[in-house]
Design a protein around this ligand. Structure first.
Ligand code: IMP
Ligand code: MG
Length: 331
């Protein structure tokens, strides 16, 4: 078993949630651990006729044999986390690190200025990171509602690795929302590339076996900032690329797949593999396919061009909204 880090290659909403849930079920890691910024991230997962929207709970919860954890670098909104734990039946196997920062109503109200200025999600994550940097923030170890859920996440990961258990590390946001590598000031409040996600959960770079960068077959962006090749609303609607944000419900802006941006994401994250999601939106004949041979020629040509442009194999291909709508070429 191994340590795999999954991150987004564009501006978030690449379909990481679905890919991570698929891996959690298929690979049965002992621990699925979430890094990233905080409840500003939203993953939508569809499985067996049910839709799950998670903002704090790691997507690995879908495998009932998986312990799910939030790393110390992540800002935790206890109300959001606890309601997801109860709603999705993860009580008893969901944990946070003792050192996670706690988001308060004050952080959320201080975010309102950023909503208008840079298109923030308003979840309080940015102001909470500011307080953490000023060393005035409250931590999970002192948060009574999280009693019994707070532990030492890096130590749990290390012990799972020593006993041969797999660890699936979930990134949030996307490479170009990184505070260091993204479209500043239209970006999130910290780095969110694979290195940062590893630091968030307490894993050193030498412990990582694979970095999977997830790309959607087209690019979307919610909120302000650059978007090369952006389509107008009518055209993105016509192509079926018009989506709404999981956290804010805002309309996502859309553009065609961007190879230059994807190459940069491969570089910044040290990718060893790539994933392409929503292939069925680009090529409807892909819908629900689970074998590569069943993809139409055009779709296979897109996959092969992507591999040659990026220099990494495209191992997981999303062919529909449900967790098992995946072509898995990992062998
Ligand atoms: P904040 O991180 O909530 O302050 O938002 C800063 C920018 O990042 C805004 O444009 C948000 O829409 C965007 N953003 C933050 N998290 C996500 C995410 O998980 N998916 C997509 N966009 C995000
Ligand atoms: Mg999202």
């Amino acid at each position: 078993m191994s340590v795999t880090v999954v991150v987004g290659g564009f501006y978030g909403d690449e379909g990481k949630g679905k890919i991570i849930s698929y891996m959690a079920r298929r690979d049965s890691p002992e621990i699925a651990v979430r890094g990233g910024a905080g409840p500003n991230a939203g993953h939508t997962i569809r499985d067996a006729g049910r839709t799950y929207k998670v903002r704090m709970l790691p997507c690995g919860f879908l495998n009932p044999g998986c312990r799910v954890m939030v790393g110390p670098g992540v800002q935790v909104d206890p109300g959001v986390l606890l309601s997801e734990v109860d709603e999705f039946g993860a009580r008893g196997r969901a944990f946070v690190d003792r050192m996670c920062g706690i988001i308060t109503p004050d952080h959320r109200s201080r975010d309102s200025g950023l909503v208008s200025r840079i298109g923030s999600t308003g979840s309080g994550t940015g102001p909470a990171n500011a307080d953490r940097a000023m060393r005035v923030q409250g931590l999970a170890r002192d948060c009574a509602p999280l009693d019994g859920m707070a532990l030492d996440v890096p130590a749990e990961i290390s012990s799972a690795m020593r006993s041969g258990g797999g660890v699936l590390v979930e990134g949030t946001q996307g490479t170009f929302l990184s505070l260091w590598h993204g479209t500043y000031p239209h970006c999130t409040s910290k780095d969110v590339t694979a290195s940062a996600i590893c630091a968030d959960v307490g894993i050193g770079p030498t412990a990582v076996d694979d970095v999977l960068v997830v790309f959607k077959s087209y690019v979307t962006r919610v909120g302000d900032g650059d978007l090369e090749g952006e389509l107008d609303g009518a055209e993105s609607e016509r192509r079926g690329w018009s989506e709404r944000g999981t956290v804010t419900g805002r309309q996502r802006r859309a553009a065609p797949f961007d190879y230059a941006l994807a190459r940069r994401a491969v570089m910044l994250n040290g990718a060893t593999q790539a994933s392409l999601t929503k292939m069925d939106v680009l090529y409807p004949a892909c819908a629900g396919a689970t074998s590569y041979a069943d993809l139409p020629g055009e779709a296979r040509a897109f996959v092969e061009r992507t591999e040659s442009e990026l220099g990494v194999p495209v191992t997981l291909i999303g062919t529909g909204p449900c967790v098992d709508d995946v072509v898995d070429r990992r062998g």
